[in-house]
Design a binder for this molecule. Sequence first.
Ligand code: HSE
Length: 299
Amino acid sequence: MFKIKIPATTANLGSGFDCFGLAIKIYNTFKFEETADGFECVMNFRNKKEYININENENLVYTTVKKVFDQYGKRLPGIHLEEDISIPFSRGLGSSASAVLAGILASNIFLGDIMKEEDILNLAFKIEGHGDNIVPALKGGFNITVLEDNRIIYKKLEVDENLKIVVLVPKMEIRTKDSRKILPSEVKMEDAVFNIARASLLTACFTTKDYKYFPIAFQDKLHQNYRAKLIPGFDKVIINAYKNGALGVALSGSGSSIIAFCEKNEKYVGEEMVKTLSSYGLESEYLITFADNQGTLII
Ligand code: HSE
């Protein structure tokens, strides 16, 4: 028996579309036991035990395990899986990245540790389709993920764990696939330059732990304006979070969550964000968390 504990992630952070990702202290834990045959799964959503008689073809962890065993031409073991789920689904917080990584890492253990880190990352990228969540989920911290010849390279920076991160989670799912469909296929040169400058600035802010320019570094012209129309009140939430003292505010991944970095007043910022969304008829809750610099743990 072994457990794999994987952090949630927030990708993009405004200006770093498709290349920035940060691990945060919200976790999914996957407990694997080898059995004689077949697949069974118990899912525990934030401590509410449920037996889900889930079709094995719908469980992303198990479909990933099958892909890995297929790739290596090995026979699947029987698996009993217990999932403790705290990362909300389809909210831009890396829940599917956690399932894909769990499936690959578990397979690697069953197969006797035959994969290197780069094999794990590249296979996860192939299955998940985006690397910006995969890398921080595995390694922790803030990561710049680059695709070179369709392979992942990355640079990790440890993030100040005193920074508070407010995560606003609306009662609304957004699928990454849908949230990408509304993006333009081309961007203006001036918008590209706008983002390159701010993304570089954001990396420097994290490196130096100097957050003075965070509000500028989080600005974006490549994706958020288009996606804003999926979330009623999005622009107002951003404005109000800054007004109440947030340092940097962004759509989390492809949404629907919104993150706000704070040095203080984090509860107030969270409450105001919830109130703002509610005035647009959208219910939400907020969580206060911190950066996770450790990444995935195998216990
Ligand atoms: N960067 C992706 C997007 C989501 O914004 O569509 C995370 O992989």
